[in-house]
Design a protein around this ligand. Structure first.
Ligand code: ARG
Length: 460
């Protein structure tokens, strides 16, 4: 049977099916690097407290280094298998160290608990994942900005209620997404800034080891790698082993990132339909139908939209698991890892592909230009013109432009083909000249003074 980290008080062998059921090694092996770091810090602290000699410290640190390499390579080459069917990554690492240093390994777990390890591991994982996702977001922002600069004056149709609303610039449209992802980046930065690593809570009550030693060792071993100080004295060990707020917060931010991705995906799906036909999706990111030869389906975008359900679900799963858990550690908490990894990995995959996809997107300029010919797109501009230049009260302007549009529609005419006499019936100061000047994309865009719409800058 497996070498376990517990078992002294048990007379009976654990039930096999139950043992399989309770294992987390199938997914928590992804925390190997973080857990080894925890062990290294712990070893340094054990030596400082004279529980380990300097020679023992050296041997254990070297063994942990080797185990780290071994597991990392195994994972990279897809051949990682836990030694002797360990139940979780903490046990697997312990067993591997024992293979290397024999009985000395028995001292590694002195005065520490997996309850403390697992919080540290997950925090460290979240901090690193937040950095990775920020790097991917910054790359996406760079791509959006590139596209905004590529189309400085390209007009586009703006929608509300999925109905044509007003003419805008394509770069303003892209800019809206730029700002969404920029906020996400800021949120992740804030998260990264506010989460601190800590070791030393023991199972729940702390241990004989000194807090200062832990903080110093964390600082020495991790801070350089993370590029900033990420330690803080936790004042309450019970809270430390019970706390999964940081996971919930991280997954909430990821849910908002995903919501933004999904809205972008949905827009592009819509705009690429034959009905809209504003954009051509890059073929390399689409698939066909097994039956209908003509189909080119927007699978990448559909999968982004589809994954949103899973990513929201992951957050709700963790929130629900945590609800009503008695203090302090409960095994239920083991189950937050799968949803956390799932959200992180999915978002990383999406963000890796999206910039390339956007770069290859093609605008169908003719179709867009034709859509922009519809004069009703400029009804608002005409009403605003009458208010600002002809002293027409806004309600009256709104009504008269509405009536004019309806009149032209009923007559099957475009507004710019109405005669001066027809126009005067709606408003004495209206002329065909005004209609020509005001009801076009150029005027619509140039007339907006309430917003600068300057191209944004990327703040890292
Ligand atoms: N696999 C466990 C988890 O992920 C590790 C902590 C186990 N602690 C315990 N007291 N059984 O939460």
């Amino acid at each position: 049977m497996t070498k376990k980290l517990w078992g002294g008080r048990f007379k009976k062998e654990v039930n096999r099916e139950f043992f399989e059921f309770q294992k987390s090694i199938g997914y928590d092996y992804k925390l190997a690097e973080e857990d080894i770091l925890h062990s290294m810090i712990h070893v340094v602290v054990l030596r400082k407290s004279d529980i380990l000699s300097p020679a023992e410290e050296k041997r254990l640190l070297a063994a942990l280094e080797e185990v780290n390499k071994e597991i990392k390579e195994g994972i990279r080459e897809n051949r990682y298998r836990p030694v002797a069917g360990a139940e979780d990554i903490h046990t697997d690492i312990q067993n591997r160290v024992e293979h290397k240093v024999g009985t000395l390994a028995a001292k590694l777990h002195a005065l520490r608990s997996r309850n403390d390890q697992v919080v540290f591991d997950e925090k460290y994982y979240c901090l690193r994942a937040a950095q990775d996702i920020r790097a991917l977001l910054l790359n996406l922002l760079g791509n959006l900005l590139f596209l905004m600069k590529k189309y400085p004056e390209q007009p586009f149709v703006g929608y509300t209620h999925t109905q044509r609303a007003q003419a805008i610039l394509f770069r303003h449209y892209l800019g809206a997404f730029f700002h969404m992802f920029e906020r996400d980046n800021e949120q992740l930065k804030r998260f990264h800034h506010n989460v601190f690593l800590y070791i030393g809570a023991g199972a729940l009550a702390g241990s004989h080891l000194r807090r200062e030693d832990y903080n110093k060792a964390i600082k020495e071993l991790i801070s350089q790698g993370l590029g900033f100080e990420k330690i803080q004295s936790v004042e309450n060990s019970l809270d430390n082993v019970s706390n999964r707020d940081f996971i919930i917060e991280f997954m909430s931010i990821l849910s908002v990132v995903q919501m933004h991705l999904s809205r972008l995906a949905e827009d592009l799906i819509l705009y690429s339909t034959q009905e809209f036909n504003f954009v051509d999706l890059p073929e390399e990111f689409c698939t066909g139908s097994s039956l209908m030869p003509h189909k080119k389906n927007p699978d990448f975008l559909e999968l982004i939209r589809g994954y949103t359900g899973m990513i929201y679900g992951n957050l709700v799963a963790v929130l629900t698991t945590m609800k009503g858990l008695p203090l302090t550690y409960d095994r239920d908490m083991q189950l937050n890892k799968k949803p956390l990894f799932s959200s992180v990995e999915t978002i990383k995959d999406e963000l890796k592909i999206l910039p390339e996809f956007l770069k290859k997107l093609k605008l169908n300029n003719d179709v867009i230009a034709r859509a922009l010919e519809a004069k009703s797109l400029y009804a608002t501009e005409l009403a605003e013109f009458l208010v600002c230049n002809k002293q027409v009260p806004f309600r009256d302007a709104h009504t008269l432009v509405g009536k004019m549009i309806r009149y032209a529609e009923d007559k099957g005419k475009q507004i710019d083909s109405l005669s001066d006499a027809e126009l005067k019936k709606f408003c004495p100061s209206l002329t065909r000249g005004i209609i020509k000047t005001v009801m076009n994309p150029r005027y619509a865009i140039a007339s907006k003074k309430s917003i600068s719409h300057k191209n944004p800058r990327i703040r890292s």
